[in-house]
Ligand binder design. Sequence first.
Ligand code: ATP
Ligand code: MG
Length: 557
Amino acid sequence: MSESAVSHNFIRPIIQEDIDAGRVAGKVVTRFPPEPNGYLHIGHAKSICLNFGLAEEFGGDCHLRFDDTNPAKEEQEYIEAIKEDVQWLGFKWAGDVRYASNYFDQFYGWAIELIKQGKAYVCDLTAEQASEYRGWATKPGKASPFRDRSVEENLALFEKMKQGEFEEGFCVLRAKIDMASPNMNLRDPILYRIRKKAHHQTGDKWCIYPSYDFAHGQGDAIEGVTHSICTLEFQDHRPLYEWFIENLPLPSEPKQYEFGRLNINYTVTSKRNLKQLVDDNIVAGWHDPRMPTISGMRRRGYSASALRAFCNGLAVAKTDGIVDIAQLEFEIRNDLNENAARAMCVLNPLKVSITNAPESVEWLEVANHPQQEAMGKRSLPFTKEIFIDASDFTEDTTLSRKKFKRLVIGDYVRLRGAYVIKADDVIKNDNGDIIEIIASLVPDTVGQNPPPEMKPRGVIHWVSATEGKEVELRLYDRLFISEAPGKETGNYLDDVNPDSLAVIKAIAEPAIVNCEPETAFQFEREGYFVSDRYDHSDDNPVFNLTISLKEDTSKNK
Ligand code: ATP
Ligand code: MG
């Protein structure tokens, strides 16, 4: 992709140097290694763009590998969703989808190898005891009483673990490294656990599963990953991966580089938190348009290219940072302004009867985009009765033309793509509310200026009252009301915006109703909308608000 990785990125020069120094024997190989325990979010998008982008830039390969070591939390649904998201973002993994579980036999063999070298042992401490024995950062741990089991005993016990002879949690296999290491990850970390759970890939074959740490680096080594890129929290795990490289006959020696996670204000990017929003029905599933998941953003109407542009504009640095959501919204607007077809939809309809309009429908040709001729034209029905937005009319004749560029009683306004009209009178109900405007059109003003004394105050949108179609609009707002959800109270759920969704009916011009799902529009003067990926149909048109037209949503433009 041409837009790939042009921002500051400390990993790029490292790869270049490795290539120049002849340290990369074949191709550059990177990978994106999700755990299939949730849907991907905007943070993952950064990692995807980085890994696939760098591989592409250096003519290498990027693998998609599921690090599926924990069958208790994983599901096939997540695997399918993740594959779909990566493809939708515009990337193609090299070869087949890979799974850490493809390598379980190999990992098991390496565990045996460590036992034989006297570098791994079966430990029967309970989880509680083990955590007590581990100590903490400033307090060295102490040796497990099972640490000095003989190789034979460990081999026999590990075999029994594998045969399912122990209950879950009864014992684990641990590496024998250093209980006094200042790095907690080196205090005899767990290599294998008993989990009597069927696995989505391996079925009932195993009842012991490797830890993430025992699988992740080795998976990279098996695949010949040259640059193993992950987020900063794995920095402290690197010495452990290097210990495995030293002590196992691995087929290659990947180098790990850590970069800062993407955090965005007004949102959460942790699968655990996102899962809770789904499980507690705070949102309607992982692909709810309010979710910062890739599928949620897609359904919201963000395009893959806008997301890539956002990710590729982020610095890849060695520190975590918080990115302003306005930066993401800028890319979304930028993209839609250029690529979304224009259409008209009236959210608060107020009827206007145009006394001198012809009785029959007049079909007007209107450009779909003011700058992009290639987007073509559409036919817009103009009729005697139309709707305008109630907020686009006032009886207050004291408002200056500059202040109120819409329709005022006794004055002129242009209907977008159609005539200049004048408001002559209003009809009110018993409560004094305006229920209809009586207007007249200025002939010959489609695409033509009226005489100077009839100069319109501004341009407003409208829809034919008789030809327009009713549509459902889902108006989304931010899911969280605070910049750092949960910062004040300690619970991010306290900052959920109770008004993040409003569903209304509106009247749209007929041409848009038959669009395919996931078609983006700018509803003139209202915002960017997209036909819903799942619920939109000709019979039940549904549009999601993607984003407002401007950061400041004043409509009087
Ligand atoms: P979460 O904390 O949301 O559960 P995770 O790191 O556990 O995410 P994985 O499935 O392990 O999720 O992530 C796959 C890859 O995506 C990893 O390499 C991880 O470092 C990267 N990644 C995850 N979150 C972010 C983020 N916020 N910014 C950048 N990269 C991320
Ligand atoms: Mg993880």
